[in-house]
Design a protein around this ligand. Sequence first.
Ligand code: ADP
Length: 399
Amino acid sequence: MSDLVLVLNSGSSSIKYQLLHADTAEVLASGLVEKIGETQGGRITHECGDRELVHDGPIPDHRAGLRQAFEMFRETGLDLTTVGVGAVGHRVVHGGEVFWEPTLITDDVVRTIRELSVLAPLHNPANVIGIESTRELLPGIPQVAVFDTGFFHSLPEAARTYAIDAKVAAAHGIRKYGFHGTSHQYVSEKAAEFLGRPSSELNQIVFHLGNGASASAIAGGVAIDTTMGLTPLEGLVMGTRPGDLDPGIMPHLIHVAGLDLKQVEQLLNRDSGIKGLSGVNDFRELQQLIDGGDAAAELAYDVYIHRLRRYLGAYLVELGAVDDIVFTAGVGENSAAVRADALAGLSGFGIEIDPARNETRAPGVRRISPDGARVAVLVVPTNEELAIARAANDLVTAS
Ligand code: ADP
């Protein structure tokens, strides 16, 4: 049985893909299809070893984009129909209350993922298009859906329940689901491996800080709380999303500020967070503005850190004691300042950072707390593609 897996992350206007060996993590090829359905700027960037192929031109839809990407695989000597792909793993954002384990895709499964679009209107429809196109282009290869919500299926009732009219919540599936689950699970397992202890013995706090950002509290390998909710808007301050807000702001925006629903959605998904406060959403640009003395950028940074610390405090209490704190994703892996500021002044809780270790870049998992500190603070590079590939490969091999 081949451990070669094609992993696809199909978004509304882009598709990220990777062909890799699930066993060894060796990546044979990877790429990005951008600006699908737009009249200008369509581009496919395909990397295979040290070769990079670029295709510029309009990409009318996902199917056309994938077809072209598969052609680029062929050009670099990897015909996906004959090279021995054992499974295709799809990142699917929302599994609702139906799916949490990696799931072999059938017509029924596709139908249900489509129905779950009410819970993730920006994501699930694009995931379905990616799945349908791949099933057409690679018939006969088993396809597996891996759900971003899956790891948080275990949230205790008190953590996942919103205190609104229970009948309304039940009728419309309104509860905390959580997202980035594949990453939280992957890095927490990697951290346990690094510490040489089973996950089942550890209390862990994970900060996944990318463009989207979320934190989780994990007890004995099981998630007991997370910051994202019914949608990926709740919780931490993100690149363009606000995280937690007073719910009363929504009617205020409509009745007092005069925004319509579409404008509110635009505000919450695209024009808030770091971008809303500072004008830029990329953390490196934010840092440059701060270095230049920009007061709005400084405030954005302070709000971001304040929110991280608020959840750190909450999760310390929920867990009672914590063995390790993990930072991952673009900001978490790269910004020494964010890590230092998020954990400053907490030695009373056994949480300390070694400044030299924190500033030193190195590949792989690394400890940034001093030796002997009560709480291990780790930087763990996330690898959602590998986690999806392994989940897909495990399922296909077992069935
Ligand atoms: P996503 O997968 O959610 O799109 P990533 O995990 O790639 O996001 O993270 C993107 C974020 O990481 C951006 O805000 C980017 O500025 C930030 N980032 C990347 N490299 C660095 C760095 N060297 N220092 C600070 N931030 C960085």
